[in-house]
Each structure stands twice: as C-alpha cells, then as structure tokens.
Design a protein around this ligand. Structure first.
Ligand code: PMP
Length: 358
C-alpha cells in the first residue's frame, strides 16, 4: 500500500495505490544490456549537425507543422499503404495507453499472449479493463487453440500481438496470426517494435483488414531517448484514436531529432545490420556455455535459460553487466534472463561475465 497520509488516501485510486511505479534499474558505469537499446550512438559528425538543427528551433512555439512533416516522413519510411493514416505517440508506450482509453466501453477487455510486453496488461489495469493473458506453449509459440478459445470466451476489444515478441524474441506463425485476426471481434494491434531486426513484417498484410493496426517505434531503431512511437491504421479508425491523443504529445526537439535520423536512415540500417550479425555470433557463443539454453531471436535481444537465474543475474551485476532477470515474470520463464545484443566488445564481456556467474 502507499505511504500517503490518511486524509489524502481517498484521492488516489485503491488499485493505483497497490501498484509499483515502473522501476528503471540503476546502470551508471555498467554495460547496459537490459532494455533492448541500440548500443551505437549517432556518429559524432551527425550529432554535431543535429545540434545545429536543434539550435534553430523556435522553442517558444508549440509543436506545429514539423510534426506533420515527421508523420509524412515516417509514413514514407515505413511504406504506409494508401488509405491509411499514421498517428504519433510519445513512445509506443503512450499509444498503448491511448488505445486502452479509446476502447474503454462497458465490458471491454484486452487480450495478449503471455509472457509478453508488460504495458499491454498495465494499460488495461490502469483503464479498469479486463486483461486476458493467454500462455504461450512451452517452446514460446502461440497456443492456437487456447488463443481462439479465449477470444471466443472473452470477446476482447483489443488483441496485442508483438511481432517479434518481448521477451521471447520470436515471430509468430503467420497462419495462426491470420486465424486470430479473423476471429478477433475488435482491434488487433501488431506491435513491430523490433522490426529493424526481424526477418518478416506484417506490413504487406495490413491492407487485407479493416481492424488491424501496425505499431512501430523509433526506440529500437536507435532513438530510445527520443520517444517516438507510431501507429498505422485505416484512416477512419486512426481518426477516432486521434481524439484521445494529448494535442502536443511529441515535442519539437523529439520531432526534429527523428526527422534528422530518418534523413540518415542508411546509418541506422547499417547499425541494425551490425546488431543482427552480432546476434548470430552471440547466439552461437551462448549455446556453447554449459547449462545455458538460448532461444533463436528475430529481435535485438536473446532469451536464455540458465541453471540459476538469480545467481547468474547477481554475478553479472557484480561484474558490471546489467541484463534483465525475467524469471519471475511468468512460470514459462523460470530461470530465464533477457540479454540485449550489444557491441562486439560488450558481448564478449557479457559472455565472460556469464560464464563466471553460472
Ligand atoms: N512494444 C514492445 C514489444 C516493447 O518491447 C517495447 C519496449 N521495450 C515497446 C513496445 C515500447 O517502446 P517505446 O515506448 O520505447 O516506443
């Protein structure tokens, strides 16, 4: 419960008082492999040019036309089809909250496979919506029968499919996705946060449906600090979601940084290619460690099972390597750690530290 003085307690929702604020692990001086960030910064010469661009902005004005230019640039970058519209969020986290807000009609609920990205359940909880988490199979595939049963039973307003999934890093079977999309009584959001590292995208299939939204972010592209997420969907649907968006949710600084990055998309694409090749090397090395089981990955993270996750996590931390211990998130993740793919140097240090911590 909260530490609020008694006379203030009635002001804050009981369920909110029972929550914990999202905790960010302290990372000063550590090799930070806990949050699927791109380990590479923008090259120094580009950073200097971006600084000049930012210096020109009129910060006395609310965000205006540049925001529309960013929407157009992202639509072109993503290859948004005709008849679709793009909506911006302050990170895709904000889009997830806005979707829950817009869909909050009596009886509405949100459904997603679990283990999955925590914000889907969190957005439901904060909005007072029912959340249905459908367990994956033991090898982290969608459980087709369980998903279809839960959809028929709970009739969710929104189904989230992270493609690839966090923290299991895999893409789903496309035939199963189509069955879920066809069975969905409401919206389906395909969350492609990890698209820069994935071997497939849902984009080409988007046009077949009225009720499917594609969500992406610039965070994994290399701009996690900039906070730009975007949602692509049919115009009429996005027009409704736009009504719950706070008017100036994306700052001019963020928008300008994102526009600049898109002008240099080749630099970020090369970084993503580097990360994908490092992922293959890291996977092969992890598989050689005794007692360590890594799962294949379509993202910039690798899920591994170790003999004792608490011990390995503590040992890594002592050696100044920060990863995410996901073992208490869900029974399917017992003794699992989630490792972000870093630079070759960081990955080598991770491997040495993990070997010493098992
Ligand atoms: N979707 C998934 C599947 C994620 O793993 C994350 C963040 N790790 C997000 C969305 C949110 O990304 P952001 O708010 O940085 O855009």
């Amino acid at each position: 419960m909260s530490g609020l003085p008694e006379r203030l307690q009635h002001l804050i929702r009981r369920d909110v008082q029972g929550l914990h604020a999202y905790a960010i692990q302290p990372s000063a001086g550590m090799i930070k492999l806990d949050a699927m960030e791109n380990p590479y910064r923008m090259p120094a010469e580009l950073r200097a040019r971006l600084g000049e661009r930012l210096a020109e902005l009129a910060l006395n004005r609310y965000p205006g036309e540049r925001i529309n230019e960013l929407r157009a640039a992202l639509a072109a970058h993503a290859g948004m089809p005709e008849g679709f519209e793009l909506m911006l969020g302050n990170g895709s986290d904000e889009l997830i909250s806005m979707i829950a807000m817009a869909c909050d009609v009596p009886g509405a609920g949100i459904l997603a496979p679990v283990p999955g990205f925590v914000m889907y359940a969190m957005s439901a909880q904060l909005q007072g919506l029912k959340f249905t988490g459908v367990p994956l199979t033991a090898d982290f595939e969608l459980d087709e029968a369980a998903m279809l049963d839960a959809i028929a039973r709970d009739r969710p307003s929104v189904i989230y499919l992270a493609y690839p999934n966090n923290p299991t890093a895999n893409l789903w079977n496309d035939a199963v996705i189509e069955k879920i999309v066809e069975a969905a009584p409401g919206l389906v959001v395909i969350d492609e946060a990890y698209q820069p590292f994935a071997s497939r995208s849902y984009l080409d299939r988007l046009q077949r449906h009225q009720h499917v939204l594609l969500m992406r972010t610039m965070s994994k592209f290399g701009l996690a600090g900039v906070r730009i997420g975007y949602l692509i969907g049919r115009k009429a649907l996005v027009a409704e979601l736009e009504k719950v968006r706070p008017p100036y949710n994306v700052s001019v600084l963020n928008a300008e940084a994102a526009l600049f990055a898109l002008e240099h998309a080749d630099v970020f694409a090369a970084q993503a290619a580097q990360i994908r090749s490092q992922r293959a090397a890291l996977l092969a090395e992890l598989a050689r460690l005794p007692g360590v089981k890594p799962w294949p990955s379509d993202a910039n993270m690798i899920l591994v099972r170790v003999p004792d996750a608490a011990r390995a996590f503590a040992g890594l931390k002592e050696r100044r390597v920060l990863v995410k211990n996901v073992s208490t998130m869900h029974p399917l993740l017992a003794d699992c750690l989630r490792l972000t793919v870093g630079t070759p140097q960081e990955n080598a240090e991770l491997l040495a530290a993990l070997q010493a911590s098992l």
